[in-house]
Ligand binder design. Structure first.
Ligand SMILES: [Zn+2]
Length: 204
């Protein structure tokens, strides 16, 4: 049966904070203003969207990090993208999450032990538990409503090794579909589209 509302809405009321700076656009140093696909203004009241950002870290005495790519996409466009993807790939990703992480339990423990604190929610890889400091690459995901950060199953962080595992689960067909969707719908120059295609991830 088709489910319209996000899964988590049936289980709990999400909580909110201001948008943590780590989810700001690296380019503008402020919250994302527009959907990368339909250009809809995102800071408008009751506009839901997702942000994905990928980082590369240079560790050592003076650790630094680069943003490899970043974008915000409204929920309608994210859903359109999802619909383009082959069902077999989607079900493999779903199965992967089901086997590797209990999102309800994770949220419960974070709420109890850490409160509503994005730093703590992003500290460990959702899949492997590796710490952010230990990772050469990682991606963060957040869910927002206008100028508020929504604490549902997101925000979360997925480390490079887990992203690679997930990419391997996607069929060539799905990877082609992601490429095409990004080409046709993301308002970015080709050099900025490439890293997104190379690190495709499907929001769950
Ligand atoms: Zn959109």
């Amino acid at each position: 049966m088709e489910e319209k509302e996000p899964q988590w809405e049936r289980y709990f009321t999400p909580e909110y904070t201001d948008i943590p700076a780590i989810f700001y656009s690296h380019t503008t140093k402020s919250p994302f203003e527009n959907c990368i696909s339909c250009n809809r203004p995102l800071q408008a009241h009751d506009t839901q969207y997702l942000v994905e950002k990928a980082f590369r870290q240079y560790r050592g005495e003076f650790s630094t990090s680069d943003v490899i790519f970043e974008y915000a996409i409204c929920l309608d466009c994210a859903e359109l993208m999802r619909r383009e993807l082959s069902l077999s790939s989607l079900s493999r990703i779903q199965e992967f999450f089901d086997q590797r992480v209990d999102l309800h339990q994770r949220r419960k423990e974070l709420r109890k032990n850490e409160g509503i604190d994005s730093k703590r929610w992003l500290q460990r890889c959702l899949i492997t538990g590796e710490e952010m400091q230990e990772l050469d690459e990682f991606q963060i995901y957040g869910h927002f409503n206008g100028n508020r950060c929504v604490y549902s199953f997101m925000p979360y962080m997925i480390g490079g090794p887990a992203v690679d595992e997930m990419t391997e689960l996607l069929s060539d067909k799905t990877l082609g579909e992601i490429d095409r969707f990004v080409d046709e719908n993301f308002g970015l120059p080709p050099e900025l589209k490439k890293p997104i295609k190379d690190n495709p991830l499907i929001f769950i």
